[in-house]
Design a protein around this ligand. Structure first.
Ligand code: SIN
Ligand code: CO
Length: 391
């Protein structure tokens, strides 16, 4: 799928991670995939992350979901916003929006947050630490965009919302259904609903902090270390001050730590596992009651079933250099031990697509390893069949 009025090569070279960009009519004749009522329904569910933000005379209030159904009756008819995280996990039409953004690697995509706001509703002036595409789904929203920000910028006295104390708008646009605004990390922005129909779909990206990356890499590395692996200093030189920590000791410590990061195979595998971890772990339903057998799978494929990927699932592959011509295949933070030569093309197809028609799978039906891989994924609830969709 292509976004209208967006030259992808130009966008990646000149805009991505660099500057805000308004794309008018990015989705011509945009069909709003859900209603405010649908969104409110999701916000009432305990397992779905949601927030309700109200503002009156400069005083902001945030309540976290699940939101009681009765709360909606108590709200005024302006100045509030309901935000629901990872709506793509629950509404297939919202998940489909993501297919427009595959020009960015899938592992970088985090989720689609959806907001509904009444006139004047907003989450206030702020900046995010990740890129976001803001697709206007219905109604109108005024976006004011300011300059780059960092932790050094002063904030209003509201730690939960992290609102900027001194927001200065440099540009201002009113977005209508189908328009889209791209905001890079760290750029201040403030969106205000202009009417009572305002729905915005935020495609957010995964940008783990260095602290999160280091912490996960260390945890992962620690799991494989034994107590016998110790700091050592054979050939130690006598030193003038026994109280001094010598440069050789520091180099020694650096070498010990670097060895772990420099182990390319380890790092590669860890990274694949890390970036395919689910946003909300264990969301994928394991089809424990109904285990498919090889014959069922082949029959379903022959019956023209469509294979869909559970929208909560994250799949990626790495074309590894060693062992030569091998492929690392990652599903929800797990690296599949071995993907044989015959499975390589199938694994790539599964990682690149969230919907595959059985015709695309047919070429692999004669290959035991490929069928085993499919069976495993179907039985884990990663993939499932949908015979109703006309592909
Ligand atoms: C919203 O949809 O109201 C807020 C999105 C954002 O500012 O990142
Ligand atoms: Co934002």
């Amino acid at each position: 799928m292509a976004i209208h009025n967006l030259d992808i090569a130009d966008f990646l070279a000149n805009t991505w991670q660099t500057k805000p960009r308004l794309i008018r009519n990015a989705f011509p004749n945009f069909i709003n995939p859900m209603s405010p009522e649908d969104l409110a329904g999701l916000a009432c569910e305990a397992e779905i992350e949601s927030r309700l933000i109200t503002e009156a005379n400069g005083k902001w209030q945030t309540s976290h979901g699940p939101i009681a159904e009765t709360t909606f009756n108590t709200l005024s008819d302006s100045n509030w916003t309901l935000l629901v995280q990872a709506v793509d996990h629950w509404v297939p039409e919202v998940a489909d929006l993501l297919d427009n953004f595959r020009f960015i690697p899938s592992w970088r995509i985090d989720d689609v947050m959806v907001s509904y706001a009444t006139r004047g509703g907003s989450v206030g002036p702020h900046y995010d630490n990740y890129d976001v595409f803001l697709v206007q789904g219905a109604g109108q929203r005024r976006w004011q965009v300011g300059g780059p920000c960092s932790a050094a910028n002063s904030l209003q006295n509201n730690p939960e919302l992290r609102l900027l104390a001194d927001f200065v708008a440099e540009e201002e646009w009113v977005l209508e259904a189908g328009d889209m605004l791209y905001i890079p990390p760290g750029i201040s922005h403030w969106g205000t609903a202009m009417d009572n129909d305002c729905m915005t779909y935020s495609i957010g990206f995964r940008a783990p902090s260095h602290s999160e990356m280091l912490s996960d890499f260390c945890d992962d590395t620690l799991a494989g270390l034994t107590e016998e692996l110790r700091y050592a200093d054979p050939g130690l030189q006598e030193q003038g001050h026994s109280g001094e920590i010598m440069p050789a000791a520091i180099s020694n410590a650096q070498r010990i730590l670097q060895n772990y990061v420099n182990d390319e195979q380890r790092l590669t595998e860890w990274f694949g596992r890390y970036v395919t971890q689910q946003k909300y772990p264990a969301e994928t339903a394991d089809n424990t009651d109904e285990k498919f057998q090889q014959g069922d799978l082949v029959q379903l494929l022959k019956d023209d079933g469509v294979i869909l990927r559970d929208p909560t699932v994250r799949i990626a592959f790495i074309d590894a250099e060693s062992p030569s011509n091998s492929l690392l295949f990652f599903v929800n933070g797990v690296c599949f031990e071995s993907v044989g030569d015959s499975c390589i093309a199938l694994s790539k197809l599964l990682a690149d697509n969230t919907r595959i028609c059985s015709g695309q799978i047919m070429p692999w039906l004669g290959d035991t390893e490929s069928v085993q891989l499919l069976l495993r994924l179907v039985n884990q609830g990663v993939l499932y069949f949908d015979e109703e969709i006309d592909y």
